[in-house]
Design a binder for this molecule. Structure first.
Ligand code: F6R
Length: 262
């Protein structure tokens, strides 16, 4: 495992890069990080992401929880986002994704797993309530993030305000195009909007782990890591966070400058 701080660009602060040979190694490392957090603090508060990147991470986390008999029933979780207009039973909702990949097989308690409500009658009030719920449990101990192809984190699209809180966003055409792969089977249209934690919400997590896998993310990852803070790439907001680790496979790291890959 290569683990290092770096100089320049995004990682000039205390962020670390953890470059591992293959996606299975990254899944092992991030699942281990989450399992350790639960083992160390059974009432830990976790911030969770969805998407293709997180599937192998959650599969591995469930395996660790089961084989090591780690009790996740007192953990509280907050998901980053949910599509507007998809109820929790919709096959492509993030409620469904989380139940299938982590909450049910991992033994999490339904009363302690929070995912934004995409069908609330008053979405703004629901967003405010989500923020209050995070505050009520003392904030997020460990936040896991994926990286969107346009540099988004959560569904904070390019141009998002860095002090934003949980809010409704219009999804960019690129995000809708890329995420269409998840909707193809059901034939359901890709929603135009989502509820997402804001960049300000994410930045308040005490620790952050960003997970990036595959060649398709190599360009955007290199851009985010090497460019200075930029509104065009929401993930560059993480440069201002004191405790961020970027977990990636060699394929995703492929476009990083050589001095960061040594
Ligand atoms: C998902 C989320 C998004 C994804 C990102 C990467 O909850 O917040 O930011 O992490 O779009 O998605 P995948 O992993 O499908 O490439």
């Amino acid at each position: 495992m290569t683990e290092r701080g770096s100089s320049g660009g995004l990682t000039a602060g205390s962020a670390r890069l953890c470059i591992l040979p293959a996606r299975a190694d990254v899944a092992d490392a991030v699942a281990g990080l989450l399992a350790d957090a639960i083992r160390a603090a059974p009432i830990a508060v976790l911030g969770l992401a969805t998407g293709a990147t997180m599937v192998p991470v959650y599969r591995q986390l469930v395996a660790i929880l089961r084989t090591q008999r780690i009790d996740a029933s007192r953990v509280t979780t907050f998901n980053l986002d949910e599509y507007v207009g998809l109820d929790r039973q919709h096959p492509q909702s993030y409620h469904t994704y989380m139940a299938r990949h982590l909450f049910l097989p991992g033994g999490f308690s339904p009363g302690r797993t929070f995912v934004p409500d995409g069908v609330a009658a008053d979405l703004t009030a629901a967003c405010d309530a989500y923020e209050r719920a995070i505050r009520a449990v003392g904030g997020i101990d460990l936040q896991v993030l994926g990286l969107g192809p346009n540099g988004h984190i959560g569904f904070n699209e390019p141009g998002a305000a860095w002090d934003s809180r949980t809010h409704v966003v219009d999804l960019s055409s690129e995000t809708r195009r890329v995420n269409a792969r998840f909707f193809r089977k059901s034939g359901a249209p890709v929603p135009h909007q989502a509820v997402t934690m804001g960049l300000g919400t994410i930045m308040e997590a005490r620790r952050i782990a960003v997970v990036v896998l595959g060649h398709a993310k190599a360009d955007i990852l290199a851009r985010v890591i090497t460019s200075g803070p930029s509104l065009h790439y929401p993930a560059t907001a993480l440069a201002g966070h004191p405790c961020v680790t970027w977990y990636m496979d060699e394929a995703a790291a492929g476009r990083l400058p050589p001095f960061l890959r040594k």
